[in-house]
Ligand binder design. Sequence first.
Ligand code: AMP
Ligand code: ZN
Length: 486
Amino acid sequence: MELRLYDTLTRDKRPFTPLDPANVRMYVCGPTVYDFAHIGNARPVIVFDVLFRLLRHLYGEAHVKYVRNITDVDDKINDRAARDYPGLPLNEAIRKVTEQTERQFHDDVDALGCLRPTVEPRATEHIGEMRSIIEKLVAGGFAYVEQDHVLFSPSAMNAANGVLPRYGSLANRSLDEMIAGARVDVAPYKRDATDFVLWKPSKPGEPSWPSPAGIATPGRPGWHIECSAMSWKHLGETFDIHGGGIDLVFPHHENEVAQSCCAFHTSRMAQTWMHNGFLQVEGEKMSKSLGNFLTIADQRDHWGPSVLRLNMLKTHYRQPIDWTQSSLTETTRELNRWFSFLEANSDGDVRESEEIVTALADDLNTSAAITALRALFKVKNAAALNAGLSILGVPIGREYLQGRKTDHLFAEVLVTGSPESGRPTLSTGLASSKVQQLIEARTAARANKDWKESDRIRDELAAMGVVLKDGKDADGKPVTTWEIAR
Ligand code: AMP
Ligand code: ZN
């Protein structure tokens, strides 16, 4: 089956050809961990989870690497930490804020049926890679030091000959226009209005690291450099797919391209750039001041995870989506009918749902996939409907149509224990699939020799009362089973 994807850079839909089909590589910008994620933040997580599932289906689970970062260094985090924990030293307060927010984020997106990415790198653990890219950029004449800052110069990039792309090509803007349209009050350390920060000095008490490029004052990274560093570390100098919300095209992704291509002398950072459209609520931009700011946590409590996920996928990912009570109510009704039908018709061979895969292979056309699900329901094909919902990642069962049920379910499994064999089965529902996802992420971390991440996941499971046992299967391949701590 041919997969076709729309590329923001070339503005066309093309057949997708991985650089290496044995190692398909995707990077998606993840959350800045300082507050509850809102339902708009859930959109890229769900959309790229569907793509991750599709790629695994097409190329094999072991041949797809999905990296989604966690931004744990940012002014917004510092501000929140100082506000919420005024009595604590700033660094300690920051750790509390980032750990709590990260836990909540995982809880939310796990509940929405999203698989964990293969690697979830944290920015603060990649400062060394950031420094090394900055050194390359300064040495190459693309960046300069001024007043303890390091600045990237888009003009220097566009003046260079060779393979480099033109600055502005992703966002389809011309540098001359950007310079002409720039504000007058440009920071004193910038030579050009369009220059952007790679590194800046830290104020006393703020998180800080030794600076690159011979700067004596300790400092911290700018916003864009972290994704160049983490994608480089985990996916290499160039990779297949880079994704995020449409708001990230400029300046964030334009600047990532500039940093990575100039540091590594490449013409492309990613082969395909994918961006999801924005979500608005009842026809209005979501904002705290308008009082229509919907967190994933609240929406989960209200509608249940399956409704949120299917409702999100009814609109094609590149279109804007209007999040309304009426469409959520309609989605609830539809899923109720489907799940009741599936409950009554649980027999039958599970077969691949070809119609759904074909729809998804056309630039992730989830709305066409859902139309195909309706047709399957109409002809009473339970096995294919079940398979189709599964590839879309929709948790199946009427218990997922109600709020708060997932936590309750999870608690139930913890109390009653896993099956005799110590292995989870599908019948234990979301709870075991959550454990299974964590085990898969840990297996992937171990395969990458990322012992720190593997230990972290073991600890996370231990905190839930789940104990892991590493062993070997009949073929001598490593397997991990689990049981409830006694
Ligand atoms: P942020 O935490 O604002 O950096 O956003 C994290 C991710 O959510 C990014 O990929 C954003 O593009 C995306 N995002 C933020 N707000 C919305 C929204 N209203 N609709 C769709 N995506 C969004
Ligand atoms: Zn990013």
